[in-house]
Design a protein around this ligand. Structure first.
Ligand SMILES: [Fe+2]
Length: 284
Protein backbone atom coordinates (compact mmCIF):
# COMPACT_ATOMS: atom_id res chain seq x y z
CA UNK A 1 0.00 0.00 0.00
CA UNK A 2 1.22 3.47 -0.90
CA UNK A 3 1.70 6.21 1.69
CA UNK A 4 -1.51 7.84 2.87
CA UNK A 5 -2.93 10.79 0.88
CA UNK A 6 -3.96 14.01 2.65
CA UNK A 7 -6.59 14.78 0.02
CA UNK A 8 -8.01 12.69 -2.80
CA UNK A 9 -10.04 13.35 -5.90
CA UNK A 10 -13.37 11.52 -6.13
CA UNK A 11 -15.16 11.26 -9.47
CA UNK A 12 -18.43 9.86 -10.80
CA UNK A 13 -19.36 8.08 -14.01
CA UNK A 14 -17.09 8.87 -16.99
CA UNK A 15 -18.46 6.18 -19.37
CA UNK A 16 -15.21 5.97 -21.31
CA UNK A 17 -15.44 9.64 -22.32
CA UNK A 18 -11.76 10.21 -23.09
CA UNK A 19 -11.77 13.99 -23.46
CA UNK A 20 -13.78 14.47 -20.30
CA UNK A 21 -11.61 12.04 -18.32
CA UNK A 22 -8.34 13.65 -19.39
CA UNK A 23 -9.59 17.14 -18.52
CA UNK A 24 -11.01 15.95 -15.20
CA UNK A 25 -7.77 14.18 -14.25
CA UNK A 26 -5.78 17.35 -15.00
CA UNK A 27 -8.14 19.59 -13.05
CA UNK A 28 -8.45 17.23 -10.10
CA UNK A 29 -4.72 16.63 -9.80
CA UNK A 30 -3.98 20.37 -9.95
CA UNK A 31 -5.77 20.56 -6.59
CA UNK A 32 -4.02 17.64 -4.93
CA UNK A 33 -0.89 18.15 -2.82
CA UNK A 34 2.44 17.87 -4.61
CA UNK A 35 3.79 15.70 -1.81
CA UNK A 36 2.33 12.32 -0.97
CA UNK A 37 0.34 10.05 -3.25
CA UNK A 38 -2.10 11.66 -5.68
CA UNK A 39 -5.13 9.42 -5.95
CA UNK A 40 -8.34 9.77 -7.94
CA UNK A 41 -11.04 7.45 -6.57
CA UNK A 42 -13.61 6.67 -9.25
CA UNK A 43 -17.14 5.51 -8.40
CA UNK A 44 -17.78 3.25 -11.39
CA UNK A 45 -19.04 3.27 -14.97
CA UNK A 46 -15.46 4.27 -15.51
CA UNK A 47 -15.14 2.88 -19.04
CA UNK A 48 -13.66 -0.64 -19.23
CA UNK A 49 -14.37 -1.83 -22.77
CA UNK A 50 -12.34 -4.05 -25.10
CA UNK A 51 -12.90 -2.09 -28.32
CA UNK A 52 -10.65 0.55 -29.83
CA UNK A 53 -12.41 3.37 -28.01
CA UNK A 54 -11.97 1.60 -24.67
CA UNK A 55 -8.30 0.92 -25.35
CA UNK A 56 -7.67 4.53 -26.28
CA UNK A 57 -9.59 5.73 -23.22
CA UNK A 58 -7.36 3.71 -20.89
CA UNK A 59 -4.17 4.76 -22.68
CA UNK A 60 -4.98 8.46 -22.61
CA UNK A 61 -6.27 8.39 -19.03
CA UNK A 62 -3.08 6.59 -18.02
CA UNK A 63 -0.97 9.20 -19.83
CA UNK A 64 -2.81 12.05 -18.11
CA UNK A 65 -2.26 10.35 -14.75
CA UNK A 66 1.44 9.89 -15.55
CA UNK A 67 1.77 13.56 -16.44
CA UNK A 68 0.13 14.49 -13.11
CA UNK A 69 2.13 11.96 -11.09
CA UNK A 70 -1.16 10.38 -10.03
CA UNK A 71 -2.98 7.07 -9.96
CA UNK A 72 -6.65 6.19 -10.29
CA UNK A 73 -8.55 3.60 -8.31
CA UNK A 74 -12.00 2.62 -9.54
CA UNK A 75 -14.85 0.39 -8.51
CA UNK A 76 -16.83 -1.24 -11.29
CA UNK A 77 -20.18 0.12 -12.35
CA UNK A 78 -22.76 -1.67 -14.44
CA UNK A 79 -21.55 -0.25 -17.75
CA UNK A 80 -18.17 -1.98 -17.91
CA UNK A 81 -17.02 -5.16 -19.63
CA UNK A 82 -17.20 -7.50 -16.64
CA UNK A 83 -15.50 -10.22 -18.66
CA UNK A 84 -12.41 -8.02 -18.91
CA UNK A 85 -12.58 -7.19 -15.22
CA UNK A 86 -12.85 -10.87 -14.31
CA UNK A 87 -9.63 -11.60 -16.20
CA UNK A 88 -7.61 -9.11 -14.13
CA UNK A 89 -5.23 -10.55 -11.57
CA UNK A 90 -5.21 -8.85 -8.16
CA UNK A 91 -1.82 -7.75 -6.87
CA UNK A 92 -0.48 -8.54 -3.39
CA UNK A 93 -2.66 -5.89 -1.70
CA UNK A 94 -5.84 -6.99 -3.49
CA UNK A 95 -6.10 -4.20 -6.07
CA UNK A 96 -6.03 -5.30 -9.71
CA UNK A 97 -3.76 -3.36 -12.07
CA UNK A 98 -5.37 -2.36 -15.37
CA UNK A 99 -2.57 -0.09 -16.60
CA UNK A 100 0.53 1.20 -14.85
CA UNK A 101 -1.56 3.84 -13.05
CA UNK A 102 -5.13 2.54 -13.09
CA UNK A 103 -6.33 0.00 -10.54
CA UNK A 104 -9.61 -1.84 -10.15
CA UNK A 105 -10.87 -2.31 -6.59
CA UNK A 106 -12.66 -5.68 -6.50
CA UNK A 107 -15.97 -5.89 -4.66
CA UNK A 108 -15.31 -6.12 -0.95
CA UNK A 109 -11.85 -4.57 -1.16
CA UNK A 110 -10.92 -2.74 2.04
CA UNK A 111 -8.23 -0.30 3.01
CA UNK A 112 -7.44 2.29 5.67
CA UNK A 113 -6.39 5.92 5.48
CA UNK A 114 -5.85 8.00 8.63
CA UNK A 115 -7.40 5.23 10.72
CA UNK A 116 -10.64 5.28 8.67
CA UNK A 117 -11.86 1.98 7.24
CA UNK A 118 -12.93 2.13 3.59
CA UNK A 119 -14.99 -0.53 1.80
CA UNK A 120 -15.32 -0.71 -2.00
CA UNK A 121 -18.41 -2.38 -3.41
CA UNK A 122 -19.05 -1.75 -7.09
CA UNK A 123 -21.92 -3.01 -9.21
CA UNK A 124 -25.41 -1.86 -10.17
CA UNK A 125 -28.28 -2.76 -12.46
CA UNK A 126 -28.38 -1.46 -16.04
CA UNK A 127 -31.79 0.10 -16.39
CA UNK A 128 -31.19 0.24 -20.14
CA UNK A 129 -30.50 -3.49 -20.28
CA UNK A 130 -33.31 -3.95 -22.86
CA UNK A 131 -31.20 -1.99 -25.36
CA UNK A 132 -28.06 -4.06 -24.72
CA UNK A 133 -26.70 -7.47 -25.73
CA UNK A 134 -25.60 -10.04 -23.17
CA UNK A 135 -21.89 -10.77 -23.34
CA UNK A 136 -21.19 -7.75 -25.55
CA UNK A 137 -22.32 -4.68 -23.66
CA UNK A 138 -24.28 -6.23 -20.81
CA UNK A 139 -23.14 -8.74 -18.18
CA UNK A 140 -25.08 -10.45 -15.42
CA UNK A 141 -22.04 -9.91 -13.20
CA UNK A 142 -23.08 -6.25 -13.02
CA UNK A 143 -25.04 -7.14 -9.87
CA UNK A 144 -23.53 -7.63 -6.43
CA UNK A 145 -24.06 -11.34 -5.77
CA UNK A 146 -25.40 -12.73 -2.50
CA UNK A 147 -21.95 -14.21 -1.82
CA UNK A 148 -20.22 -10.89 -2.43
CA UNK A 149 -22.66 -9.11 -0.14
CA UNK A 150 -22.17 -11.73 2.56
CA UNK A 151 -18.38 -11.47 2.29
CA UNK A 152 -18.52 -7.68 2.56
CA UNK A 153 -20.66 -8.00 5.69
CA UNK A 154 -18.44 -10.68 7.22
CA UNK A 155 -15.42 -8.39 7.04
CA UNK A 156 -16.92 -6.08 9.66
CA UNK A 157 -17.59 -2.38 10.07
CA UNK A 158 -16.45 0.35 7.69
CA UNK A 159 -16.36 4.12 8.09
CA UNK A 160 -16.70 4.86 4.37
CA UNK A 161 -18.71 2.83 1.86
CA UNK A 162 -17.75 3.45 -1.77
CA UNK A 163 -20.41 2.05 -4.09
CA UNK A 164 -21.67 2.58 -7.61
CA UNK A 165 -25.32 1.98 -6.79
CA UNK A 166 -27.28 3.95 -4.23
CA UNK A 167 -28.62 1.88 -1.32
CA UNK A 168 -32.38 1.59 -0.83
CA UNK A 169 -33.72 3.90 1.84
CA UNK A 170 -32.14 6.98 0.28
CA UNK A 171 -35.07 8.51 -1.55
CA UNK A 172 -34.95 10.15 -4.96
CA UNK A 173 -37.71 11.84 -6.89
CA UNK A 174 -36.85 11.36 -10.54
CA UNK A 175 -39.53 12.77 -12.77
CA UNK A 176 -38.82 11.09 -16.09
CA UNK A 177 -38.34 7.35 -16.72
CA UNK A 178 -37.36 6.63 -20.33
CA UNK A 179 -39.82 4.30 -22.10
CA UNK A 180 -36.94 2.01 -23.07
CA UNK A 181 -36.46 0.96 -19.45
CA UNK A 182 -38.35 -2.26 -18.76
CA UNK A 183 -40.37 -2.74 -15.59
CA UNK A 184 -38.40 -5.91 -14.92
CA UNK A 185 -35.14 -3.98 -14.88
CA UNK A 186 -36.58 -1.27 -12.65
CA UNK A 187 -37.67 -4.01 -10.24
CA UNK A 188 -34.26 -5.68 -10.52
CA UNK A 189 -32.65 -2.36 -9.68
CA UNK A 190 -34.82 -1.96 -6.60
CA UNK A 191 -33.84 -5.43 -5.39
CA UNK A 192 -30.19 -4.58 -5.97
CA UNK A 193 -30.52 -1.38 -3.97
CA UNK A 194 -32.06 -3.44 -1.15
CA UNK A 195 -29.12 -5.83 -1.23
CA UNK A 196 -26.68 -2.94 -1.02
CA UNK A 197 -28.72 -1.41 1.80
CA UNK A 198 -28.37 -4.70 3.67
CA UNK A 199 -24.60 -4.46 3.41
CA UNK A 200 -24.68 -0.82 4.51
CA UNK A 201 -26.84 -1.68 7.53
CA UNK A 202 -24.29 -4.28 8.60
CA UNK A 203 -21.10 -2.26 8.08
CA UNK A 204 -22.70 1.01 9.30
CA UNK A 205 -20.66 3.63 7.43
CA UNK A 206 -20.75 7.29 8.45
CA UNK A 207 -19.90 8.37 4.90
CA UNK A 208 -21.28 6.96 1.67
CA UNK A 209 -20.03 7.89 -1.80
CA UNK A 210 -21.80 6.67 -4.91
CA UNK A 211 -22.41 7.32 -8.61
CA UNK A 212 -24.84 5.70 -11.08
CA UNK A 213 -27.81 8.07 -10.68
CA UNK A 214 -26.17 10.86 -12.71
CA UNK A 215 -27.32 13.34 -10.13
CA UNK A 216 -25.14 15.40 -7.84
CA UNK A 217 -26.47 15.72 -4.32
CA UNK A 218 -25.36 15.70 -0.73
CA UNK A 219 -27.63 14.70 2.11
CA UNK A 220 -27.38 13.45 5.65
CA UNK A 221 -29.74 10.55 6.26
CA UNK A 222 -30.54 8.24 9.16
CA UNK A 223 -30.82 4.66 7.95
CA UNK A 224 -31.09 3.22 11.44
CA UNK A 225 -27.58 3.40 12.82
CA UNK A 226 -27.00 7.15 13.08
CA UNK A 227 -26.32 9.93 10.60
CA UNK A 228 -24.80 9.01 7.26
CA UNK A 229 -23.40 11.70 4.99
CA UNK A 230 -24.26 10.66 1.44
CA UNK A 231 -22.76 12.17 -1.68
CA UNK A 232 -23.91 11.13 -5.14
CA UNK A 233 -21.82 12.41 -8.05
CA UNK A 234 -23.03 13.35 -11.51
CA UNK A 235 -21.64 11.92 -14.76
CA UNK A 236 -19.43 13.08 -17.62
CA UNK A 237 -20.56 16.28 -19.34
CA UNK A 238 -22.31 17.49 -16.19
CA UNK A 239 -22.00 21.18 -15.52
CA UNK A 240 -20.97 20.50 -11.95
CA UNK A 241 -20.78 17.79 -9.36
CA UNK A 242 -18.95 15.13 -11.41
CA UNK A 243 -15.91 15.24 -9.20
CA UNK A 244 -14.64 16.74 -5.99
CA UNK A 245 -11.70 17.00 -3.64
CA UNK A 246 -12.13 15.16 -0.35
CA UNK A 247 -9.99 15.57 2.76
CA UNK A 248 -9.02 11.96 3.43
CA UNK A 249 -8.58 12.53 7.18
CA UNK A 250 -11.68 14.59 8.05
CA UNK A 251 -13.78 13.08 5.21
CA UNK A 252 -15.04 16.57 4.38
CA UNK A 253 -15.32 17.91 0.85
CA UNK A 254 -13.03 20.80 0.00
CA UNK A 255 -14.29 21.39 -3.50
CA UNK A 256 -16.80 19.87 -5.85
CA UNK A 257 -16.02 20.10 -9.55
CA UNK A 258 -13.59 22.88 -8.92
CA UNK A 259 -16.03 25.08 -7.05
CA UNK A 260 -15.60 26.10 -3.45
CA UNK A 261 -18.48 24.64 -1.47
CA UNK A 262 -19.99 28.03 -0.60
CA UNK A 263 -20.45 29.03 -4.24
CA UNK A 264 -21.66 25.54 -5.15
CA UNK A 265 -24.39 25.75 -2.50
CA UNK A 266 -25.57 29.05 -3.99
CA UNK A 267 -25.69 27.54 -7.48
CA UNK A 268 -27.60 24.48 -6.31
CA UNK A 269 -30.14 26.69 -4.56
CA UNK A 270 -30.69 28.54 -7.84
CA UNK A 271 -31.07 25.26 -9.78
CA UNK A 272 -33.46 23.62 -7.34
CA UNK A 273 -37.03 23.35 -8.56
CA UNK A 274 -39.54 20.93 -10.02
CA UNK A 275 -37.40 20.24 -13.11
CA UNK A 276 -34.19 19.53 -11.21
CA UNK A 277 -33.01 15.97 -11.78
CA UNK A 278 -34.82 15.30 -15.05
CA UNK A 279 -31.55 14.96 -16.89
CA UNK A 280 -30.58 12.09 -14.65
CA UNK A 281 -32.55 9.47 -16.52
CA UNK A 282 -30.06 8.54 -19.23
CA UNK A 283 -27.61 5.68 -19.49
CA UNK A 284 -27.97 4.33 -15.97
FE1 LIG B 1 -24.20 3.02 -13.62
Amino acid sequence: MDPVPARIGVAGDWHGNTGWAVRAIRRICAQLPASGPRIVLHLGDFGIWPDRGGTEFLARADAALAQAGAQLWFIDGNHEDHGMLARLTPGPDGRSPVTARIWHLPRGYRWQWHGRRWLALGGAVSLDRAERTAGRDWFEEEEISAAQAAAAVASGRADVLVSHDCPAGIKHAFTAVPPAWSRADVARSERHRERLAGVAAAVRPAVLLHGHLHEYYQRTVDLGWGPVTVTGLDCDNAQQGNWGILDAASLRWERLHGQLLASLARNLARRAGPGAGQHAARRR
